[in-house]
Design a protein around this ligand. Sequence first.
Ligand code: FES
Length: 196
Amino acid sequence: MTASLSTQPPARSTPRAPASGDDRRGFVAKATAVLIGGLLVVFPFLAGLRVFADPLRRQGGRGVFLKITSLDSLADDGTPREFPVIADRRDSWNSYPSEPIGAVYLRRIEGPAKVEAFSVVCPHLGCFVGFIRERDIFRCPCHTSAFALDGAVISGPSPRGMDKLECQVRTEGGRDEVWVKFENFYTGRTEQVAKA
Ligand code: FES
């Protein structure tokens, strides 16, 4: 028995019309891509907006008044005391409620101002200044700059006295509270210039 060879050309397959399921999948994929693209643009924008609106960055980046302590927590004799500065801190992605953002020295003084406030940061190169109670002076452990109780330089390489911070005594609920405008300043300069 001999096999016969067919002379018919092979049948062409007709292109298949996309099924409605394919259409749907294509639409969903495109919509997802557009949505993700939109989020990539909008999310950083909103994060940046929140950073800009942060109270610690308002007023052109200058400090804001923060409550530090009650007036009666300060000694009557003018001895300085160190306090942490607590604030709600935020970065682009997270918020950190009631975080320490720095520290200040407060001392009770005569006159209407009642309280003096100094940054603990040394104006020379930024180490933290300590208070030496036995000698009634502030002293920086890094390069031994020494400062008087009013913040003036006594000795050492610091180009200026300790950075003074604006301070207010506010009465709230019958209690005198000490508020400080907390700021950071450039080191190594003769003038006290707040960082923006
Ligand atoms: S950092 Fe304070 S004396 Fe140098």
